[in-house]
Design a protein around this ligand. Sequence first.
Ligand code: PHE
Length: 447
Amino acid sequence: MTRASWGSRIGFIVAAAGSAIGLANIWRFPYIVGHFGGAAFILVYLLFLMLVGVPVFIAEVLVGRTAQASPSGAFEKIGGNKLWGLAGKGTILTGLIVSAFYSVVSGWIIGYLIMAVEGTVTTLHTTALAAQHFNAMIAHPWWAVSNHAIFMLISTSILYFGVRGGIEKANKIFLPTLFIVLILLLIQGLMLPGAENALKFLLHPNWSALTPGALITAMGHAFFTLSLGQGTMVTYGSYIPQNESIIKACTPPVIMDTIVSLLAAVVVFTIVFGSGYEPNAGPGLIFHTLPTVFSQLSGGYGLAILFFLLVFSAALTSQISAMEPTIAYLMESWNWSRHSATILCGTTAFVLGIPCALAAGLLSNVRIFDMDILDAVSTFTSDVLIPAGGFFAVVLVGYRWGYPGAMRALLPEGGASWLKGYFWFCFKITAPLLMIIVFLDALGVFR
Ligand code: PHE
């Protein structure tokens, strides 16, 4: 079987951008920015992006592109032994777990998109009412599981058609949709009365809100939003032809991801400030605060539909990228056809997601470290599994493969000395070191 590849550099760019841009940009970024005081957090985030996010992103794509194999085969080939292969397999498993709970939350988005079309979202006139409605919906087993099933079915159908016919094509449809909707919402938001306050909040740094927790959050977010640590970028990188420039292919997705996070924050805060709400509503921001706001704005009905369509498009292209490493692995190591591999992956992720879908309802009594199942799984994944995967990738490149060999693969024609210096510094020092700090923090060493 010949290995699949992207149709062109653009194919990789849209797929990687589609993967990176997801719930983390539109749902999570605005609320953590709100929580940690606006501009100050954004600056710290950008710093972590440059010192950890970008190098790990490049390291993963480089490993995949060079080995032309799934994360399991790629880690084993570059690392030179089975133990590294095991680390690669671990990242694939992380991706599968992410795809299980990611689909549950994306299922809520489908539910809200349907409710927006029905007009229910715009009847939630107060945050108390919106919160009550949200809690009732996610506790409803049938609602949560069926929306999870619908989302999984749509994702699996796309993956069924392969790298070019499925993933690349879907991204070429959903990514532009996302940008168009985002710009429409941005124009709308900027015309609202509170726009000025929103921009002030986002541009004026409040350093006192920057607690140590903010630093760790900023780094964890850089990982999650760039889809690192779970085999996704290794797999997408493995579909890049050998002669393609990695720097040219990787720069646009990172820039697009960052722009979408920033614009999503502007959109969410102009809408929130426009109606006199507080920006620090936490994870409930898009489910409690925004529906209330949509209910009060003229044109809120259309805005609500557009907004949830935006989130849906973003989530879908991320979901497929979390599942693809498993499929690539089954095809490569077990010699399965794409169709069988896709069905097994989709079914497994669906079944794994069911306890998460029931976490707020039937299984709400099950508590793990005082969290429900969904919270526990997503926290453990983002705080432990994902940083571990990213750590392995960057240590693999910086120490096992070694800087000179990795640089020959990354910059075959040589490159500017500042660029080489930057990568040396990040691969060897900042990325592994800062990640060790996150690990220690996840273990509670600093608390
Ligand atoms: N990067 C995606 C987001 O920002 C999340 C994601 C995680 C995507 C894992 C793929 C794999 O929402």
